[in-house]
Design a binder for this molecule. Sequence first.
Ligand code: GLA
Length: 400
Amino acid sequence: MIAHSSQKFAAMSLFLASMLFLLLVSRPGYAQSKAVAATPPMGWNSWNHFAEKVNDAVIRAQADAMVSSGMRDAGYVYVNIDDTWEAGRDAQGVIHANSKFPDMKALADYVHSKGLKIGIYSSPGPKTCAGFAGSYGHEDQDAATYAAWGIDYLKYDLCDFREIMKHADSPAAANKMMVDAYITMRDALRKTGRPIVYSFCQYGDDAVWRWAASAGGNLWRTTGDINDTYPRMAAIGFGQAGLAKFAGPSHWNDPDMLEIGNGGMNLDEYRTHMSLWALLAAPLLAGNDLSAMSPETVALLTNKEVLAIDQDSAGKQGGRFSAEGPMEIWVRTLADSSKAVGLFNRHSGPMDLQVDFRELGFKGAVKARDVWNAKDLGSMQAIYKVQVPAHGVVLLRVTE
Ligand code: GLA
Protein backbone atom coordinates (compact mmCIF):
# COMPACT_ATOMS: atom_id res chain seq x y z
CA MET A 1 0.00 0.00 0.00
CA ILE A 2 2.77 2.40 1.05
CA ALA A 3 4.87 1.30 -1.93
CA HIS A 4 1.85 1.85 -4.17
CA SER A 5 1.20 5.45 -2.99
CA SER A 6 4.87 6.38 -3.20
CA GLN A 7 4.89 5.08 -6.78
CA LYS A 8 1.83 7.20 -7.43
CA PHE A 9 3.57 10.17 -5.81
CA ALA A 10 6.67 9.63 -7.96
CA ALA A 11 4.55 9.34 -11.11
CA MET A 12 2.63 12.49 -10.19
CA SER A 13 5.86 14.42 -9.50
CA LEU A 14 7.29 13.29 -12.83
CA PHE A 15 4.09 14.38 -14.57
CA LEU A 16 4.16 17.82 -12.87
CA ALA A 17 7.85 18.27 -13.62
CA SER A 18 7.29 17.48 -17.30
CA MET A 19 4.32 19.87 -17.46
CA LEU A 20 6.46 22.60 -15.88
CA PHE A 21 9.24 21.88 -18.40
CA LEU A 22 6.78 22.02 -21.30
CA LEU A 23 5.34 25.28 -19.99
CA LEU A 24 8.79 26.80 -19.76
CA VAL A 25 10.00 25.71 -23.18
CA SER A 26 6.78 26.53 -25.00
CA ARG A 27 6.16 29.92 -23.40
CA PRO A 28 5.23 32.13 -26.33
CA GLY A 29 7.01 35.34 -27.09
CA TYR A 30 10.43 34.41 -25.84
CA ALA A 31 13.17 33.24 -28.12
CA GLN A 32 15.30 32.81 -25.02
CA SER A 33 14.75 31.94 -21.39
CA LYS A 34 15.18 35.66 -20.63
CA ALA A 35 12.61 38.07 -22.00
CA VAL A 36 13.79 40.37 -24.77
CA ALA A 37 11.98 42.98 -26.87
CA ALA A 38 9.51 44.07 -24.17
CA THR A 39 8.80 47.00 -26.50
CA PRO A 40 9.25 46.86 -30.29
CA PRO A 41 13.00 46.67 -31.08
CA MET A 42 14.58 49.93 -32.26
CA GLY A 43 17.78 50.20 -34.22
CA TRP A 44 19.18 50.15 -37.72
CA ASN A 45 19.66 47.52 -40.45
CA SER A 46 22.10 47.62 -43.35
CA TRP A 47 19.92 46.23 -46.14
CA ASN A 48 17.70 49.09 -47.35
CA HIS A 49 20.56 51.51 -47.99
CA PHE A 50 23.77 49.50 -48.28
CA ALA A 51 22.60 46.02 -49.43
CA GLU A 52 25.77 44.08 -50.39
CA LYS A 53 27.99 47.13 -49.78
CA VAL A 54 27.88 46.63 -46.01
CA ASN A 55 31.24 46.07 -44.27
CA ASP A 56 33.05 46.58 -40.98
CA ALA A 57 33.71 50.29 -41.63
CA VAL A 58 30.05 50.92 -42.50
CA ILE A 59 28.88 49.26 -39.28
CA ARG A 60 31.33 51.25 -37.15
CA ALA A 61 30.26 54.48 -38.86
CA GLN A 62 26.58 53.69 -38.28
CA ALA A 63 27.24 52.95 -34.61
CA ASP A 64 29.15 56.23 -34.26
CA ALA A 65 26.35 58.15 -35.99
CA MET A 66 23.65 56.47 -33.92
CA VAL A 67 25.31 58.01 -30.90
CA SER A 68 26.28 61.43 -32.33
CA SER A 69 22.89 62.03 -33.97
CA GLY A 70 21.04 61.46 -30.69
CA MET A 71 19.36 58.30 -31.99
CA ARG A 72 20.82 56.13 -29.24
CA ASP A 73 19.51 58.49 -26.60
CA ALA A 74 16.12 58.47 -28.34
CA GLY A 75 15.98 54.68 -27.89
CA TYR A 76 17.65 53.14 -30.98
CA VAL A 77 19.84 50.26 -29.85
CA TYR A 78 20.43 47.54 -32.46
CA VAL A 79 22.98 47.90 -35.25
CA ASN A 80 22.10 45.01 -37.54
CA ILE A 81 24.19 43.47 -40.29
CA ASP A 82 21.91 42.02 -42.96
CA ASP A 83 22.82 39.59 -45.76
CA THR A 84 26.23 39.26 -47.53
CA TRP A 85 28.59 38.98 -44.53
CA GLU A 86 28.99 35.20 -44.82
CA ALA A 87 32.17 33.59 -46.23
CA GLY A 88 31.32 29.91 -45.86
CA ARG A 89 32.26 27.04 -43.55
CA ASP A 90 35.56 25.51 -42.54
CA ALA A 91 36.26 21.77 -42.40
CA GLN A 92 34.54 21.60 -38.99
CA GLY A 93 31.45 23.30 -40.38
CA VAL A 94 32.01 26.55 -38.50
CA ILE A 95 30.71 29.65 -40.31
CA HIS A 96 33.17 32.48 -41.01
CA ALA A 97 32.63 36.07 -42.05
CA ASN A 98 34.07 37.16 -45.41
CA SER A 99 36.79 39.74 -46.00
CA LYS A 100 34.32 42.62 -45.49
CA PHE A 101 34.26 41.66 -41.80
CA PRO A 102 37.82 40.76 -40.77
CA ASP A 103 37.00 40.34 -37.05
CA MET A 104 33.35 40.00 -36.09
CA LYS A 105 34.09 39.73 -32.35
CA ALA A 106 36.11 42.97 -32.41
CA LEU A 107 33.30 44.65 -34.33
CA ALA A 108 30.71 43.49 -31.78
CA ASP A 109 32.96 44.75 -28.98
CA TYR A 110 33.17 48.12 -30.71
CA VAL A 111 29.39 48.38 -31.09
CA HIS A 112 28.90 47.33 -27.46
CA SER A 113 31.45 49.92 -26.32
CA LYS A 114 29.08 52.58 -27.67
CA GLY A 115 26.25 51.34 -25.46
CA LEU A 116 24.60 49.65 -28.44
CA LYS A 117 23.79 46.07 -29.46
CA ILE A 118 24.62 44.20 -32.64
CA GLY A 119 22.53 41.99 -34.90
CA ILE A 120 23.25 39.51 -37.65
CA TYR A 121 21.40 37.68 -40.41
CA SER A 122 21.02 34.10 -41.63
CA SER A 123 18.59 31.68 -43.26
CA PRO A 124 17.19 28.28 -42.32
CA GLY A 125 18.03 27.27 -45.90
CA PRO A 126 21.41 26.24 -47.32
CA LYS A 127 21.62 29.68 -48.94
CA THR A 128 20.51 33.18 -47.95
CA CYS A 129 18.43 35.36 -50.26
CA ALA A 130 21.61 36.91 -51.73
CA GLY A 131 23.10 33.44 -52.25
CA PHE A 132 25.47 33.31 -49.25
CA ALA A 133 25.81 30.43 -46.76
CA GLY A 134 22.68 29.79 -44.66
CA SER A 135 22.39 27.82 -41.42
CA TYR A 136 20.76 24.65 -42.77
CA GLY A 137 22.11 21.69 -40.80
CA HIS A 138 24.43 23.95 -38.77
CA GLU A 139 21.96 25.73 -36.51
CA ASP A 140 23.61 24.83 -33.17
CA GLN A 141 27.05 25.69 -34.50
CA ASP A 142 25.90 29.02 -35.91
CA ALA A 143 24.03 30.04 -32.77
CA ALA A 144 27.14 29.19 -30.73
CA THR A 145 29.30 31.25 -33.12
CA TYR A 146 26.94 34.23 -32.87
CA ALA A 147 26.95 34.01 -29.08
CA ALA A 148 30.76 33.81 -29.03
CA TRP A 149 30.95 36.93 -31.20
CA GLY A 150 28.54 38.74 -28.85
CA ILE A 151 25.55 38.93 -31.18
CA ASP A 152 22.29 40.24 -29.66
CA TYR A 153 19.79 39.88 -32.52
CA LEU A 154 19.24 37.39 -35.34
CA LYS A 155 17.13 38.00 -38.45
CA TYR A 156 16.34 34.57 -39.88
CA ASP A 157 15.22 34.81 -43.50
CA LEU A 158 13.41 31.89 -45.15
CA CYS A 159 14.92 32.36 -48.65
CA ASP A 160 16.31 29.12 -50.02
CA PHE A 161 14.49 26.97 -47.47
CA ARG A 162 11.50 27.33 -49.79
CA GLU A 163 13.32 25.00 -52.22
CA ILE A 164 13.44 22.34 -49.51
CA MET A 165 9.77 22.91 -48.72
CA LYS A 166 8.93 22.03 -52.33
CA HIS A 167 9.72 18.40 -51.46
CA ALA A 168 6.85 18.30 -48.95
CA ASP A 169 3.85 16.33 -50.20
CA SER A 170 1.22 18.82 -49.01
CA PRO A 171 0.96 22.49 -48.06
CA ALA A 172 0.44 21.41 -44.45
CA ALA A 173 3.64 19.35 -44.53
CA ALA A 174 5.53 22.26 -46.09
CA ASN A 175 4.23 24.55 -43.35
CA LYS A 176 5.36 22.09 -40.68
CA MET A 177 8.85 21.97 -42.21
CA MET A 178 9.04 25.75 -42.06
CA VAL A 179 7.75 26.05 -38.50
CA ASP A 180 10.14 23.29 -37.40
CA ALA A 181 13.05 25.10 -39.06
CA TYR A 182 12.28 28.25 -37.05
CA ILE A 183 11.91 26.18 -33.88
CA THR A 184 15.26 24.48 -34.51
CA MET A 185 17.04 27.84 -34.51
CA ARG A 186 15.00 29.03 -31.52
CA ASP A 187 16.26 26.04 -29.56
CA ALA A 188 19.81 26.58 -30.80
CA LEU A 189 19.68 30.21 -29.63
CA ARG A 190 18.27 29.18 -26.27
CA LYS A 191 21.08 26.69 -25.77
CA THR A 192 23.62 29.50 -25.97
CA GLY A 193 22.12 31.08 -22.84
CA ARG A 194 22.63 34.52 -24.42
CA PRO A 195 19.54 36.76 -24.77
CA ILE A 196 19.22 37.14 -28.55
CA VAL A 197 16.24 38.83 -30.18
CA TYR A 198 14.83 36.37 -32.72
CA SER A 199 13.38 38.02 -35.85
CA PHE A 200 11.50 35.89 -38.37
CA CYS A 201 11.58 36.94 -41.99
CA GLN A 202 9.37 34.79 -44.22
CA TYR A 203 7.31 37.57 -45.78
CA GLY A 204 4.08 36.84 -43.86
CA ASP A 205 3.44 33.44 -45.46
CA ASP A 206 1.02 31.00 -43.87
CA ALA A 207 -0.39 33.70 -41.53
CA VAL A 208 2.89 33.81 -39.65
CA TRP A 209 1.31 36.00 -36.94
CA ARG A 210 -0.70 32.95 -35.80
CA TRP A 211 2.26 30.69 -35.05
CA ALA A 212 5.41 32.79 -34.83
CA ALA A 213 5.21 33.65 -31.13
CA SER A 214 4.88 30.02 -30.07
CA ALA A 215 7.82 29.15 -32.35
CA GLY A 216 9.92 31.67 -30.39
CA GLY A 217 9.71 34.74 -32.60
CA ASN A 218 10.10 38.12 -30.95
CA LEU A 219 9.07 39.74 -34.23
CA TRP A 220 8.00 38.46 -37.59
CA ARG A 221 7.80 40.12 -40.96
CA THR A 222 4.19 40.30 -42.08
CA THR A 223 4.95 41.29 -45.68
CA GLY A 224 7.35 41.13 -48.59
CA ASP A 225 10.08 43.73 -48.89
CA ILE A 226 9.49 47.44 -48.52
CA ASN A 227 11.07 49.94 -50.89
CA ASP A 228 11.53 53.69 -50.77
CA THR A 229 8.32 54.69 -52.57
CA TYR A 230 4.99 55.93 -51.23
CA PRO A 231 2.90 53.26 -53.04
CA ARG A 232 4.92 50.36 -51.59
CA MET A 233 5.20 51.83 -48.08
CA ALA A 234 1.47 52.65 -48.05
CA ALA A 235 0.45 49.23 -49.40
CA ILE A 236 2.40 47.58 -46.57
CA GLY A 237 1.48 49.98 -43.77
CA PHE A 238 -2.23 50.31 -44.51
CA GLY A 239 -2.32 46.57 -45.25
CA GLN A 240 -1.66 45.74 -41.60
CA ALA A 241 -5.31 46.14 -40.56
CA GLY A 242 -6.53 43.19 -38.50
CA LEU A 243 -3.17 41.99 -37.16
CA ALA A 244 -3.21 43.90 -33.87
CA LYS A 245 -4.42 41.06 -31.69
CA PHE A 246 -1.41 38.91 -32.51
CA ALA A 247 1.18 41.36 -31.15
CA GLY A 248 2.26 42.32 -27.66
CA PRO A 249 5.34 42.59 -25.47
CA SER A 250 8.17 40.35 -26.79
CA HIS A 251 6.15 39.31 -29.85
CA TRP A 252 5.59 41.92 -32.54
CA ASN A 253 4.26 42.17 -36.07
CA ASP A 254 7.01 43.55 -38.31
CA PRO A 255 5.90 45.47 -41.43
CA ASP A 256 9.60 45.74 -42.48
CA MET A 257 12.31 48.31 -41.94
CA LEU A 258 12.10 52.07 -42.34
CA GLU A 259 12.99 53.93 -45.54
CA ILE A 260 13.04 57.35 -43.86
CA GLY A 261 16.02 59.37 -45.06
CA ASN A 262 16.65 57.38 -48.23
CA GLY A 263 15.20 60.16 -50.37
CA GLY A 264 12.37 58.48 -52.28
CA MET A 265 9.50 60.08 -50.35
CA ASN A 266 8.69 63.63 -49.30
CA LEU A 267 8.30 64.90 -45.75
CA ASP A 268 4.55 64.21 -45.56
CA GLU A 269 5.04 60.70 -46.91
CA TYR A 270 7.82 59.93 -44.43
CA ARG A 271 5.61 61.30 -41.62
CA THR A 272 2.93 58.86 -42.78
CA HIS A 273 5.53 56.05 -42.71
CA MET A 274 6.70 56.89 -39.18
CA SER A 275 3.18 57.56 -37.83
CA LEU A 276 1.76 54.31 -39.18
CA TRP A 277 4.68 52.28 -37.83
CA ALA A 278 4.22 53.91 -34.40
CA LEU A 279 0.48 53.22 -34.38
CA LEU A 280 1.26 49.63 -35.39
CA ALA A 281 3.71 49.14 -32.50
CA ALA A 282 6.15 48.19 -35.23
CA PRO A 283 9.85 47.55 -34.74
CA LEU A 284 11.70 50.71 -35.82
CA LEU A 285 14.80 49.71 -37.74
CA ALA A 286 16.12 52.69 -39.64
CA GLY A 287 17.27 51.75 -43.13
CA ASN A 288 19.17 54.85 -44.20
CA ASP A 289 22.80 56.00 -43.94
CA LEU A 290 22.95 57.38 -40.39
CA SER A 291 26.33 58.98 -41.10
CA ALA A 292 24.81 61.35 -43.68
CA MET A 293 21.44 62.50 -42.32
CA SER A 294 19.75 65.84 -42.88
CA PRO A 295 18.32 67.58 -39.81
CA GLU A 296 14.87 66.75 -41.24
CA THR A 297 15.67 63.01 -41.23
CA VAL A 298 17.02 63.15 -37.68
CA ALA A 299 13.86 64.97 -36.60
CA LEU A 300 11.64 62.35 -38.27
CA LEU A 301 13.48 59.45 -36.64
CA THR A 302 13.88 60.95 -33.18
CA ASN A 303 10.58 62.73 -32.55
CA LYS A 304 10.10 61.86 -28.88
CA GLU A 305 6.32 61.95 -28.90
CA VAL A 306 6.07 59.67 -31.92
CA LEU A 307 8.59 57.25 -30.40
CA ALA A 308 6.62 57.31 -27.13
CA ILE A 309 3.59 56.06 -29.08
CA ASP A 310 5.58 53.29 -30.76
CA GLN A 311 7.25 52.26 -27.51
CA ASP A 312 4.17 52.58 -25.28
CA SER A 313 4.54 50.21 -22.35
CA ALA A 314 1.12 48.58 -22.78
CA GLY A 315 2.32 47.18 -26.12
CA LYS A 316 -1.17 47.24 -27.64
CA GLN A 317 -0.92 47.52 -31.40
CA GLY A 318 -3.35 49.95 -33.01
CA GLY A 319 -5.57 49.34 -35.99
CA ARG A 320 -7.76 50.88 -38.61
CA PHE A 321 -10.79 52.58 -37.11
CA SER A 322 -12.40 53.75 -40.35
CA ALA A 323 -11.80 54.16 -44.04
CA GLU A 324 -13.70 56.40 -46.41
CA GLY A 325 -12.07 56.19 -49.81
CA PRO A 326 -8.53 57.49 -49.39
CA MET A 327 -9.22 58.91 -45.90
CA GLU A 328 -8.31 56.54 -43.09
CA ILE A 329 -8.35 56.91 -39.32
CA TRP A 330 -6.11 54.62 -37.28
CA VAL A 331 -6.21 54.46 -33.50
CA ARG A 332 -3.95 53.02 -30.83
CA THR A 333 -4.83 52.88 -27.12
CA LEU A 334 -1.92 53.78 -24.86
CA ALA A 335 -1.00 52.76 -21.33
CA ASP A 336 -2.31 56.01 -19.78
CA SER A 337 -5.71 55.47 -21.53
CA SER A 338 -5.02 58.25 -24.00
CA LYS A 339 -5.32 57.40 -27.68
CA ALA A 340 -2.98 58.02 -30.55
CA VAL A 341 -5.10 58.91 -33.57
CA GLY A 342 -3.75 59.11 -37.11
CA LEU A 343 -5.81 60.96 -39.73
CA PHE A 344 -4.32 59.76 -43.01
CA ASN A 345 -4.90 61.11 -46.48
CA ARG A 346 -3.87 58.61 -49.17
CA HIS A 347 -5.00 60.89 -51.98
CA SER A 348 -2.55 62.82 -54.17
CA GLY A 349 -4.06 66.19 -53.19
CA PRO A 350 -5.07 67.70 -49.83
CA MET A 351 -8.31 66.48 -48.22
CA ASP A 352 -10.47 67.69 -45.33
CA LEU A 353 -10.70 65.00 -42.68
CA GLN A 354 -12.69 64.92 -39.50
CA VAL A 355 -12.84 62.75 -36.44
CA ASP A 356 -15.62 62.48 -33.91
CA PHE A 357 -13.99 61.74 -30.57
CA ARG A 358 -17.24 60.32 -29.19
CA GLU A 359 -17.00 57.54 -31.76
CA LEU A 360 -13.54 56.73 -30.39
CA GLY A 361 -15.09 56.18 -26.95
CA PHE A 362 -14.48 59.60 -25.37
CA LYS A 363 -17.48 60.88 -23.42
CA GLY A 364 -16.89 64.53 -22.58
CA ALA A 365 -14.43 67.16 -23.69
CA VAL A 366 -11.00 65.92 -24.76
CA LYS A 367 -7.55 67.43 -24.78
CA ALA A 368 -5.76 66.89 -28.06
CA ARG A 369 -2.19 67.46 -29.12
CA ASP A 370 -0.91 67.61 -32.69
CA VAL A 371 2.17 65.45 -32.33
CA TRP A 372 4.22 66.34 -35.44
CA ASN A 373 3.58 70.05 -34.97
CA ALA A 374 4.18 69.77 -31.20
CA LYS A 375 1.09 71.88 -30.65
CA ASP A 376 -1.59 71.60 -27.99
CA LEU A 377 -4.95 71.99 -29.67
CA GLY A 378 -6.61 72.67 -26.33
CA SER A 379 -9.83 71.26 -25.02
CA MET A 380 -12.45 70.35 -27.58
CA GLN A 381 -15.84 68.74 -27.84
CA ALA A 382 -16.79 65.97 -30.22
CA ILE A 383 -15.55 66.81 -33.69
CA TYR A 384 -12.17 67.91 -34.99
CA LYS A 385 -11.79 68.94 -38.61
CA VAL A 386 -8.46 69.43 -40.30
CA GLN A 387 -6.97 69.61 -43.77
CA VAL A 388 -4.45 66.83 -44.30
CA PRO A 389 -1.81 67.23 -47.02
CA ALA A 390 -1.47 64.83 -49.96
CA HIS A 391 -0.17 61.41 -48.79
CA GLY A 392 0.12 63.02 -45.35
CA VAL A 393 -1.08 62.58 -41.81
CA VAL A 394 -2.19 64.52 -38.79
CA LEU A 395 -1.15 62.53 -35.75
CA LEU A 396 -2.97 63.35 -32.52
CA ARG A 397 -2.60 62.25 -28.93
CA VAL A 398 -6.02 62.54 -27.33
CA THR A 399 -6.79 62.44 -23.60
CA GLU A 400 -10.17 62.50 -21.84
C1 GLA B 1 15.09 39.31 -48.25
C2 GLA B 1 14.61 40.09 -47.03
C3 GLA B 1 15.27 41.46 -47.01
C4 GLA B 1 16.77 41.29 -46.99
C5 GLA B 1 17.23 40.47 -48.18
C6 GLA B 1 18.71 40.12 -48.10
O1 GLA B 1 14.64 39.92 -49.42
O2 GLA B 1 13.22 40.20 -47.02
O3 GLA B 1 14.83 42.19 -45.88
O4 GLA B 1 17.16 40.69 -45.79
O5 GLA B 1 16.51 39.23 -48.26
O6 GLA B 1 19.13 39.27 -49.12
